[in-house]
Write a protein that binds this ligand. Structure first.
Ligand code: SF4
Ligand code: SF4
Length: 340
């Protein structure tokens, strides 16, 4: 059964980029070194920053990101420190290379999920985006993690370069033993923004159009649920009756970068519009103008940042009114697995 997952008012979601370094050079990478820096944070600094987001009145969920987080030599210690502080759930997002023998330094009960990124059902499609050899490395990483008893998820970032293979994923996920499937829409940030600008010039958009998204994605999600896999995907397009809400106003999400920037909205990450900066291990509000000034703006197209940074997904009637609203990029649809 499919349901919209409203922004939780009782949890804090901490998306922590502990470094920006990566062994890959994916063509759609959203890391922007000019904006996010090139530091690898020390274990002591990461521990100090993690403590800033723990609130005893709410569940705090931690997603450890990079760059490639398994390149951090102390990732196992970071995970154990976060558990010790009371983080309710911990997820590692990885490209599958699993450096520093991480699967043997942590136990399945230390993390809730290891989340693998794969952007094609075949090596040809995935490796054209992520680099030669990435498909086999990622699949072997998933299989190792599953065989050791870790719960796994897979993130497939949909663009017009790989949407044709999305329907091939559910049986593969079942075969590999993956528990959750996150279908993500490509955001036009970092390298994908440049790529999108180039594609628009060639009249080929990177993001899937509304009709394709609204027909294909729910049907692939239903297929995966039939295979016993829980699926989450962004709504992207709102129907007339669905209300628009900005997560920046109603939810507690923090996107932390190693240069100390803390954003509330991922679409702002290409700009110095962050809400906070961590200075001397203290969370310090950033002066205006920042992203919070944008969250409160009400426009007929829905998300303000979407209109500013990726307006190619909008469409207008002859009288100039938008045909639909774009949802907050953090609003998700969840399809529960059908227990087999
Ligand atoms: S694996 Fe992730 S961080 Fe590394 S290049 Fe690819 S998208 Fe960027
Ligand atoms: S994506 Fe749009 S609606 Fe969501 S937090 Fe950012 S500005 Fe707000």
């Amino acid at each position: 059964m499919s349901k919209t997952v409203a922004f939780s008012k009782n949890s804090v979601n901490v998306f922590f980029h502990i470094l920006t370094q990566c062994n890959l050079k994916c063509s759609h990478c959203y890391i922007n070194f000019d904006q996010h820096g090139q530091k690898t944070l020390s274990l002591d600094t990461i521990s100090a920053w993690l403590s800033l987001f723990i609130d005893n009145t709410q569940n705090a969920n931690l997603i450890l990101l990079g760059g490639e987080p398994t390149l951090h030599p102390d990732l196992d210690k970071i995970i154990k420190a976060a558990r010790g502080m009371g983080y309710a759930s911990i997820t590692i997002d990885t490209n599958g290379y699993l450096f520093h023998d991480i699967l043997h330094k942590i136990a399945p009960e230390d993390v809730d999920f290891i989340s693998f990124s794969l952007d094609g059902a075949t090596p040809a499609t995935n490796d054209a985006i992520r680099g030669t050899g990435c498909y086999s490395q990622c699949v072997s990483g998933i299989q190792k993690a599953v065989s050791l008893g870790f719960k796994t998820s897979l993130i497939y970032t949909v663009s017009n370069e790989n949407i044709h293979e999305l329907h091939l994923m559910p049986p593969l996920l079942k075969k590999w033993g993956v528990d959750r499937f996150f279908i993500q829409v490509i955001g036009l940030r970092g390298k994908s923004r440049k790529k999108s600008d180039d594609s628009v010039n060639k009249n080929q958009k990177l993001q899937a159009d509304r009709k394709t998204w609204m027909t294909l994605i729910p049907s692939v999600a239903a297929q995966a649920a039939d295979h016993g896999i829980t699926v989450t995907y962004p709504k992207v397009f709102l129907s007339e009756s669905e209300p628009f809400e900005c997560a920046g106003l109603v939810a507690d999400n923090y996107f932390i970068f190693p240069n100390g920037r803390v954003y509330r909205c991922p679409l702002c990450e290409d700009y110095p519009l962050h809400s906070f900066e961590i200075i001397d291990n203290q969370l310090t509000p950033k002066e205006k103008i920042n992203e919070q000034d944008l969250f409160a703006l009400s426009i007929p197209e829905g998300c303000v940042m979407n209109k500013l940074v990726q307006s190619s997904n909008l469409s207008y009637r002859a009288d100039g009114t938008p045909e639909y609203k774009i949802a907050c990029c953090l609003l998700k649809e969840e399809v529960a697995s059908i227990n087999l």
